[in-house]
Design a protein. Sequence first.
Length: 337
Amino acid sequence: MQDWLADVMEPPGEDLPGRAIDAAIRPAELLARADIALCLTGGVAVVMGSEPIGRISGPQLAQVLARAVDAGEREARSARDEVRRLRRDRRMLAANLSHELKTPINAIAGYSELIALGLENGRTHAAASQNAVIWEAAQGMLSTLDSILDLARIEADAAPLNETDVDLRQLAASVLRMLATMAEARGASVAIEMASDLPSLHADARMLRQILVNLASNALKYGGEKVKLTIAARVDRADRMLIEVRDNGPGMSPRAMETAMKPFARGQDDKNMLAGSGLGLPLVKALAELHEASFKLLSSPGRGTRAVVTMPPGRVRLAHSGRQEAFAFRRANSLFG
């Protein structure tokens, strides 16, 4: 029997015009009853199984339910306070990560560059290789921290959009130039597939660049040797812009795609997946949603992978009502030159 009944229940008496309630019922459950008005007017009989064990008058029941409502409101206020505290803590986390972690890692990267400059003065090839590992590790950690910071800012509603009209062709070319070393090391070919008159996109250029970097670097890392990477964009019949990064790599299983969308997951069930932070695709999804856009990952084993961000019509700067049907294809060498 619920404790709250002990203070208000009277011994069984004559039948009440209200309703019967089980002794195990809670005040919150009683509030949800369709006949609550009748219960408050006529009181309730308390039963255990089918045997009456007591009664509660209408006024007493009203007092109990008022206390239950007050308790619920206090819990709701406490939950709202907790949400505000968590958001504040996330902002503090972002600030602390920036100062406490990025600063020493930047120093590591800086010193590795100094070591590289000294390699010309008699340093061995082994030292050069070790230095390259240091530099790559530092860059990887910086990238991971940047992703954590971005996700923390987004979850704390502290990631305002700095919107401008972005030329997606130029942005894609810049991203592929930045990834040229990675592409060449893997023997990859890269291309941009967009119309010459593709409209500009009203978006945060830094975030849009991060989306392309994450998707393109994933394709290069997980696409295998000599993968073909393409960054494409077009405007569909609904005036939405579809931004697609695709590869002809080994593809992903449904389980691997589900895992890849979870922060810090690495798709360990697929042999072709390399070590990584597991933040790339969750961050892409979060950055897309900040732009009222959607993100889809389409793949199957042996058929490559397509990552598609669909920007809403309001962000597409259409100069006319026509559609862009023809695409220009650019080879990797023209991008890196």
